[in-house]
Structures are given as structure tokens and as C-alpha cells.
Design a binder for this molecule. Sequence first.
Ligand code: ZN
Length: 336
Amino acid sequence: MSFDNVLGQGQAKHILNQALSSSRLSHAYLFYGPESIGKKLLAVEFAKTLNCTSSQSGEACGACDSCRKIEDRIHPDFFFLEPTKATPTAREAILKIDEIRALQKKLGFLPYEGKFKVAVIDQVEKMNPQACNAFLKTLEEPPSSTVLILITSNIYQLLPTLISRCQGIKFNPLPPDAIREILRTQGEEALDPTEVELRVGRSKGQVSRALSDEVTQTSSYRQEMLSLIDQVSFKRMDLLFQWSKAMAKGSEPLSQILEELLGILRDLTFVKSGGSPDHLFNGDLLAELEPVARKKSLLNLLKMTEAVNQTLHALSGNANAQLALETMLLDFCEAA
Ligand SMILES: [Zn+2]
């Protein structure tokens, strides 16, 4: 079955299979959930299934002309839209109204060679307001023989009017076994078992995180962060200044370092509340996490988490890095 090409997401596959077998398709689906967990992949497999010409028991064959054209994105009834930058130097990619209008025009015709026209719109939250308004009309009066699949990893950025006109299908982070399988089959090099488990634990169930080297780059800072959380206090201000200076001058992006710090604080909170070690981001550090968790109260840990979040926010607004980190650690001292 072609849905087997997508790991995990049993619930989403079940809903789509039921719709296919009962021929009760929605005109618009909204696939939502964290990044890099298979939403786009399943959307393409679904499009293949809808138009496969030599389908066995309702499943896409993956080999016919139609399946191959959809895979290569050259099928005349398959449309794939994603945000683009207006100019190479533009800060953000958006889905522009021209592209939405062009899509609407194409959807106005009958399918050219397939049974359905299928349009996949990735990162639908990147539609600008004009594009969104224009697109709402298509959702209100969907063209015949058309299935729209909207994809987002930021559902909270979507207009309620858009969400309410689609059938929502939730995607979940991938289970550890699926991440292990992907690391085994898609990784550039064979990884030793310790590295695999480190990546699985820190992937948050997202493929791009598991495959990215960034996941392990900043991991070398973890021990240091843990002892910082453990020791920083008004009596050890030297640590505060040393660390802030080193991080502000370092080559790693600060947001990544602070995400790492959030992961450790989250794990400490988790250990403190008696959560199972299987669910830690930094499970390999359990022996080091436990003594620190014993020394801190839940309130300490929550205040520190809040301070890190505030710092991330401040840095996104171009605050002075060293000053922002020092302020954060002063809050740590107060919480300690
Ligand atoms: Zn086929």
C-alpha cells in the first residue's frame, strides 16, 4: 500500500483510507502538526491514490503513468504550491495572491487526465491576507472533482474561517522506532548506536531534526549548561559573566543554545515530577540530571524556563546578546 511509504501517522492514514473506501471525500483537508513528520509525503501519496490508473484494492500502485507524474510533480491535474521569496533578499517567503489566483483558474477546469484535481498547499499560514481572502472563496464554493490539501505546522496562525472550512487531520511526532528506521535508511553515514539514541531522544519525533547535525553540535554544551543551572547564584556571579561572554562570542546560533537550555530545564522539571526516563530529550544524561533536579524546586525550574523564553523573545528583537544572557542568568540567580 502506498501509504506504507509514510512511517507512523496511523490515525491520519486511517481517516484517509476510510474516506477513500466509502467514497466520502472532503473537498478540503487541513494536515497539521509539527514540522518534518510526514504531512507533505502523505499528501502526495493521497494524491496518487486518488488518481492511480492501475490501483489494487484502492491503493496507489506507485508505478503507473499517473503515480509517476504525481511523484515528479508534472501531472496536469496535480498542483503543488509553497511559499516563495518575492526577491532573493526578502526576509520571508510568502504565498502570493497571483499564485492563488492562477491556481483557482486551473481548478476551474475539469480534470485533464485524472479523476481528481488535487492541490497541495504547503505552509498555508504563509498566505498573505489578500491571498487568504481570495482562497476562502474557493473553500466556500469548491470546484467539482477537486481535493485540496492544506498543510501547516502553525495552525494557530491560521484564520478560524479557513480552519472551519476544512476537515482537520492531526499529525503526531514520529515514534522513536520510526526515527531509528529513518536514521538507518536515510542517514548519510552509518551511525554508532550511542549517536543513534542521542539523535532519537533529541529529535522530538521530527525527521529533519534527527538528520541534522545541529542536533548533536550543541549537545556538547549540555553538561556545561547543567552545571551552570546547578551552580549559578548570587555567590557565583563569576560563572554568570564567564558563560554569557563565551556564548555571546561563540559561533553557534544563540537561539539553538537557548533551545538546548530549554530542553534541559524541561527534562529537569520532568525528572522532578517523577516522569518516565523514556520520555526525556536528554535520556543519556539521566545520571547527571537527577542530582540537579533534587536540589531545585519546581518553582525554581519554571522561573528559569520563563527567563529563557523571555531571552529568546528579546534576541529575536535584536537585543544585545551578552546583556540579554546576563539578564537571563540574573533571573536564574534569583530563582535559585
Ligand atoms: Zn498508480
